[in-house]
Design a protein around this ligand. Structure first.
Ligand SMILES: O=C(O)CCC(=O)C(=O)O
Length: 286
């Protein structure tokens, strides 16, 4: 292993080729248990109601997400800076790191409300270059029956697929129309504490949770410091056009810069867009 590199060359090359990587049991069980306790507390505590997102399917209301968990409790804020995660991201993003967003998806049992259709994160937040990564931390063991993340290896090297329907951004791809062979997908499974890493252009989805329990997946997004957002980016309080200081406070490794790195990347603007939530977007009738 090289100095300052957490990943082996084999792992780094695997990520470059396939656009994803799984690190089993990266986060220790004690931390995972503390987080699960905190989630149980939050779920039974009305004070954080506004951060919970619900989706109603056929008259039934499901809790699908805790929005911005890093703003809700320090435990989530500490975890996003975990030394192992930051070391790996340093390797994968090429040195510098800026925190981008967080969300905690629950995937309710046996309900369409938990299904996430095929998409590329890049469609939601295009930047001046595509050195962005989302990581997923499994808070419970996650195997095929729990509805794990699925990715199509190598798809980060494909075009940006259209995520629109009838002229509206709907946050999902018509895989038949685009002739995407989803049978080539692989499931990213692992015990609680395992962490998935996927490139911002990697095609991914997740299917039904066939168990009786919620499947919690804590997601964090990161970019290289010189990836500049090209459109409104989820949270106006950290929009560099509005609050550059706040935007630069998100830097975890590297120095602020006013010089975005431009890469010849394919982009389709996520407009017009009627929600910030992937669940609302993918389930709207258009
Ligand atoms: O929760 C999941 O299973 C997948 C979520 C996802 O892909 C996303 O929020 O972008």
């Amino acid at each position: 292993m090289k100095k300052n590199n957490y990943l082996s060359n084999k792992e780094l090359n695997f990520y470059k080729k396939n656009g994803y990587l799984v690190k089993p049991n990266l986060i220790d069980k004690k931390t995972i248990n503390k987080i699960n306790k905190k989630i149980n507390f939050l779920k039974s505590n009305n004070a954080y109601d506004k951060n919970f997102e619900y989706l109603t399917i056929r008259g039934i209301k499901y809790c699908v997400r805790l929005k911005d968990p890093h703003k809700v409790d320090t435990i989530f804020n500490r975890l996003l800076k975990n030394i192992k995660i930051i070391s790996i991201l340093g390797d994968l993003l090429g040195g510098t790191i800026r925190f981008h967003h967080s969300k905690l998806n629950f995937k309710p049992p046996s309900s369409k409300a938990g299904i996430v259709d095929w998409h590329q994160d890049w469609a939601f937040y295009p930047h001046t270059n595509d050195d962005l990564i989302a990581i997923g931390i499994y808070l419970e063991d996650c195997y095929e029956k729990n509805g794990p993340l699925k990715v199509i290896p190598g798809s980060h090297k494909l075009k940006i697929f259209d995520h629109h329907q009838n002229g509206y951004f709907v946050g999902k791809i018509n895989t038949k129309k685009e002739k995407i062979n989803t049978k080539k997908s692989v499931s990213l499974v692992g015990a609680a504490g395992s962490v998935t890493f996927h490139h911002v252009r990697t095609l991914h989805s997740s299917a039904l949770n066939l168990t009786k329990n919620f499947r919690p997946l804590l997601l964090y997004g990161y970019s290289s410091v010189d990836s500049w957002p090209l459109c409104y980016d989820q949270d106006s309080s950290i929009d560099p056009n509005i609050n550059l200081k706040a935007y630069d406070k998100l830097i975890l490794k590297g120095k602020p810069t006013l010089i975005p790195r431009l890469k010849n990347v394919p982009i389709i603007m996520p407009l017009p867009r009627e929600s910030d939530s992937i669940f609302q977007l993918q389930n709207q009738k258009k």
